[in-house]
Design a protein around this ligand. Structure first.
Ligand SMILES: Cc1cc2nc3c(=O)[nH]c(=O)nc-3n(C[C@H](O)[C@H](O)[C@H](O)COP(=O)(O)O)c2cc1C
Length: 442
């Protein structure tokens, strides 16, 4: 570790209509995700705030009753490729599932984005949670939860192997000799695994970061194992409780060490929705206004989705039933939500109010100073290495964060004033990946 004061990392979770399900109803708020000017505004604001990462979620399914930004959205890599031309520093993270598609496509797409953006690409590896997505891919349902992760682990290994099928400097393009490629710097992968057979090499040269950044968000044991083994960044779910956040943070860092890696090699960034007001009271009123716009039907569907159990038949003012945390859909959100419901003795109505606000993520409100105090406490207390900021709506709530909270964090020496480098890896304090390890192993 260097003597330089540890600084936090910040990402922004981008939903054009806002992270609060009803955020788009705020006066002046953007009302769509499917607009280049909207996305450009958010990406350039992230860069103004010296953010590490602009982060796009995805699913290959739509349900008309879902969060508005999940019903109408860009294909992430297409969007990020376009954004790479109107930004210069902010990292560009896109979600792509390992339950559909092929590693070759994914390796190629992210290598392309890494070239187009001069080293700012990140891949959020997800295993998908909606059975309905399978219906769009000639299947009836998703594979079962743990098998999805076994597929994901091999998928990621193949993608990385393909990225390593080129060494730096393989394109010689010597006009005198007529040699275009140095063939000693390109190799096949010859992968024959349980789920994939991939010959290689990839048809694109090694990209600026060597490997685009790998992001992971799953919270179950196999999800954490994938993070500890293969990820460069984790996007986690917390419910605001410091003890459970500390336990989850420490346990994941211990797994990282078991894989022979240093704890700093895997920054952990919980999602947080900061509701910012000139006074704490004003921030609270803003949250209450947003909550008043929620419809009960949407909220119930969202809670059922997040905890993986259908709650529509249960009395709203009764206690939250004892559901198992491990479900076929996933565990990250069910654990955070059911743990909070038990601890705070919530009714189902309480739970749906909380869940609908930030779709199961942590919500905190107050003045810019109070928000900065909270983030500082979590960061210096070893509960987080930074945060994925989830503005309730855009552009206003994100502008407030960048213009009011970021300067406060900078004044405290907790956050950069300027980017030190131009790649996402450099923002995260991670080295460029070279192909030496694979070469040594082969
Ligand atoms: C913070 C967070 C963000 C996620 N974003 C996406 C996403 O954009 N698309 C998707 O298909 N799954 C997403 N997931 C789902 C996970 O990648 C994973 O498939 C799911 O959480 C089940 O795994 P688990 O049981 O390990 O939590 C996300 C999960 C978390 C916790």
């Amino acid at each position: 570790m260097s003597d330089r004061k540890r600084q936090m990392h910040l990402g922004v979770f981008v939903l054009g209509t806002g992270n609060h399900s009803a955020g788009w109803r705020t006066e002046g708020a953007f009302t769509t995700s499917c607009s280049f000017p909207v996305m450009k505004n958010i990406a350039q604001t992230a860069e103004r705030g010296k953010f590490d990462l602009f982060f796009i979620s995805d699913a290959v399914v739509m349900d008309p009753g879902d969060h508005p930004s999940f019903t109408n959205r860009f294909e992430p890599l297409t969007l990020l490729s376009a954004l790479s031309t109107v930004t210069s520093h902010v990292g560009l993270g896109a979600t792509v599932s390992t339950s559909f598609g092929e590693p070759y496509h994914v390796a190629r797409a992210f290598a392309s984005l890494d070239h187009l953006s001069n080293g700012r690409a990140g891949w959020n590896v997800v295993t998908s949670t909606h059975d309905k997505a399978a219906l769009n891919f000639s299947r009836q349902r998703l594979q079962e939860h743990d098998l999805r992760y076994e597929i994901a682990a091999e998928f990621v290994d193949v993608v990385r192997g393909l990225w390593d099928s080129w060494d730096d400097g393989a394109v010689v393009a010597d006009k005198t000799t007529g040699v275009y490629l140095d063939k000693t710097k390109i190799r096949t992968l010859d992968h024959k695994g349980r789920f994939f057979q991939v010959k290689g090499p990839l048809n694109i040269e090694r990209s600026p970061q060597g490997h685009p950044v790998i992001i992971q968000a799953g919270g179950s044991a196999p999800g954490q194992e994938l993070s500890a083994r293969s990820a460069d960044l984790v996007f986690s779910v917390v419910n605001g409780d410091k003890t459970s956040a500390k336990n989850a943070y420490d346990s994941l860092k211990q797994r990282v060490v078991k894989h022979g890696r240093a704890p700093d090699e895997l920054p952990i960034l919980p999602g947080v929705m900061p509701i910012i007001g000139e006074t704490d009271e004003q921030a609270k009123e803003q949250l209450a206004r947003l909550q008043s716009w929620l419809t009960p039907t949407n909220a119930l569907a969202l809670v059922s989705q997040r905890i993986g159990h259908d709650i529509s038949g249960y009395p709203l003012d009764g206690p939250v039933p004892e559901f198992p945390e491990k479900t076929e859909r996933g565990q990250a959100f069910s654990t955070a939500l059911l743990d909070m419901a038990r601890r705070e003795k919530m009714t189902l109505r309480d739970l749906y109010n909380v869940t609908a606000a930030a779709r199961g993520h942590w919500v905190t409100y107050g003045t810019p100073k109070r928000i900065a105090d909270t983030l500082e406490e979590w960061f210096t207390g070893g509960l987080a290495d930074g945060f994925v900021v989830m503005p309730a709506y855009f552009p206003g709530a994100f502008d407030d964060f960048v213009d009011k909270v970021v300067p406060e964090l900078q004044r405290r020496g907790l956050y950069r004033h300027e980017y030190a480098g131009t790649t996402l890896r450099s923002h995260l304090g991670l080295p460029r990946r070279d192909a030496v390890l694979r070469q040594a192993a082969s």
